[in-house]
Write a protein of this length. Sequence first.
Length: 412
Amino acid sequence: MSMEQEAPASWLDVYDPYSKAYCEDPAPQCLALYNSGRFVYYEPWGAWVMTQLDDIMQCWKEEYLSSDFYDWEHAPPRPPEAEWTNYERAMIGHSLLADHDHHLLVRKIAAPAFSRNVVDEIERRIKPDIEKLFDDLGTPDTFDYKEEIARHIPFISITRLIGVPEKYWDAIRPVVANFTDTWNPTLSDERREKARQECNIAIDIFKEMLAERRRSPQRDDVLSILLEAEAKHDDFDEWDILTLILALIGAGSDTTFTFQQWTVYALLKHREQLATALSSHDAFANAFSEVSRWGVISKMGFARYAPRDMEICGEPVRKGAMVLLMPHLYEHDPAYFPEPSKFDVTRTFEPDIRFGYGPRFCIGAALAKRQLYLTVSELVRRFPNIELAAEPERLYDQTSIAFESLLLRTNG
Ligand code: HEM
C-alpha cells in the first residue's frame, strides 16, 4: 500500500492543510502523503507522521508513545510544583494524559459514568435545551445553522453532562469555548494566559460544585457516579474528577461544534439519505462515520511524543519528537472504501476508528452521537423541507476544515 520514496523538495507541495486546495478537496493531498511513506518526517511542522492505519492502530493499542504535551521537546518547561496553580495541578499533577497506569485506572473507574443509561438520562436533560434553541430561532426563511444552533451545543452538552447549576453558567461559558487554547502551541502567550486564567476560575467553581454535591447527593448522573467512585477508591480523588471534567471540556467542545456543522451539511447535501440516517440510533452512528470519512475534516491528526530515543517503523526517532497519527489519510483509499468520493450512509466500517481505538478511545462517543442525533432530528422535525441555502465558504486557517457559515433555507 505505501511506498518508501525520497522526501519531496517541499512537503507543502504534497500536503498543505492550510491551503485553499486542501480545504476545498482534501482527498488528493491526503492520498499523496499517505503514499509517500509509512513514517515520514514532515518538515513544515518538525514532526513525524504515521500514515498507515495498521501502524496507527498498533500505536493506539500499545501506547508506546506519550500523550503528555509536556514531553514534547518544544513544550514550555514543566513548572515546579511550588508554582502550580489549580490549572497545573489538574493538567500536570494528576493528568489523565500523563501517567499510563493511572489513566487506565481512571478510565475503568469512570466508565459507568458514561454508560448507555447515563447517556439516556443526559438526553432527557439536553432535549429541552435543544428544543428551546429552536423555539428562540422561530421560523425564519433562512438562517445560519453554525451561529444559531451549532455554536450553542457544546456548552449545553457539557454543562448538562457534568450537571453544572445554571448560576455558574456565565463563568463556565468562556472556558468551554476557549479551553483547548491553553495547550495550543501556535497561540500567542497573551491569549494562552487568558485561557489559563479562565480555566483557574472554572476549577474553583467545579470545586465549589463538588462540595455542594457532597452536601446534597443526587443519583444517576456523571458527578454522582464519580463522587461515589471517589468514596470507594483510595487512588481516585477530587483532582481526578477535576482533571476528567477539564478533559471532557477540552476534547468535547471543538469536536462537537465542528461535527454539528459537518453532519448537517453532509446530510442536507445528500437529502435522499437523510431518512435512512435518522431511522435509528445505530443507523445514525454509521452515518456519522460516513460524514467523518467523506468530509476528511481533520488536518493534523493526533499528537504523541517519543518518551525516549527509539525506533519507530524502522526510523530512529529522538526523545521529545512529535509524532502525528493521521488516520484521516486513509479515508479515500479505494482499497478500504470502494468509490471513496461517493457519500453512502450505509457503508461498512471495519474497523471504525472515528472515535479512536484502544485505551484512549473517546470517552464521550455515545454522548457525541446522541446530541447530534437529537439536534438533526429536531431540525428536520421543525423544518421538514430544510435544505442548504448555499454551498458554504470554507475557512482555511482553522485546525480542522471549517465553514464560514452554514446557511439553511427552511422552505416554509
Ligand atoms: C464528534 C465528536 C467527537 C469526536 C469525533 C471525538 C473523537 C475522539 C478521538 C478520535 C479521540 C482519541 C484521541 C487520541 O487518540 O488522541 C477522543 C478522545 C477523547 N474524547 Fe472524544 N470525540 C468527540 C466528542 C467528544 C465529547 C462530546 C466528549 C466529552 C463529553 C469527548 C471526550 C473525549 C475524551 C475525554 C477523550 C480522551 C480520552 C482518554 O485520553 O482516555 N469527546 N475523542
